[in-house]
Design a protein. Structure first.
Length: 222
């Protein structure tokens, strides 16, 4: 009896493993930190304003070096000096815009006038050998000075009032000009239109009524 042949499956000795693909997903975590209280902006520094203006005394005022008064056309400045001062002890150079004053070699003032003057009509003198007095004629004799020299303390020119006797001595036309100037100074100090600006506005309003067909939306006063 013939032997039955046994079919053997050949073995290679190799084991094959199939791994299923694994996908790993990492989620990013975002952490938001909220401050418990809002951060306030740094405080704003208060606006810096100029030094307060002082009330005028006889139209002027007083500084560490001198006292001064004014009239509409003139300014008088008093510099106190050592008693017994003589003319040879002072050195003075005055121009339309500047004053240099030395006393016995010491500089008293070297500064520009706040407004131009008429140096040819201005002069100085010694008062009882203890005051050097300057009589200064203004170039513009229709305005009040707020100070004598640039940078010095200022007075409130809206509070300057000329003596009634001086006003009454003026002729009608001049007095009207002075009163108009005083009114305009007060208006400017209050941020209001001057008499000239008010007149222009009235003229424009009158013209607008006469020409209603015209467009004045872009009209500007100058």
């Amino acid at each position: 009896m013939a032997d039955e042949a046994t079919a053997a499956t050949p073995s290679t000795g190799t084991t094959t493993t199939t791994a299923e693909p694994t996908t790993t997903t990492t989620e990013a975590v975002t952490t938001t930190t909220t401050a418990s209280s809002a951060v306030s902006p740094p405080p704003t520094a208060p606006a810096v304003s100029g030094p307060p203006k002082t009330l005028p005394v006889n139209g002027g005022g007083k500084t560490e070096k001198y006292t001064w008064t004014q009239r509409l056309a003139e300014v008088t400045v008093h510099f106190p000096v050592t008693p017994g001062t003589r003319g040879r002890d002072v050195l003075i150079k005055m121009t339309d815009k500047h004053l240099l004053f030395k006393h016995r070699g010491t500089l008293i003032i070297d500064a520009d006038f706040d407004k131009p003057i008429r140096s040819g009509d201005s002069f100085w003198s010694l008062d009882e050998q203890r005051d050097v007095v300057f009589e200064i004629t203004k170039l513009n004799q229709m305005e009040w000075w707020k100070c004598v020299f640039k940078g010095d303390p200022e007075i409130d020119t809206t509070k300057v009032e000329p003596e009634n006797s001086k006003l009454s001595d003026l002729d009608g036309e001049t007095r009207q000009m002075v009163e108009k100037m005083m009114f305009d100074q007060r208006q400017k100090a209050l941020g209001l239109p001057t008499s000239e600006e008010m007149d222009k506005q009235k003229m424009l309003e009158k013209f607008m009524k006469q020409h209603p067909e015209m467009d004045f939306s872009r009209a500007k006063m100058s």
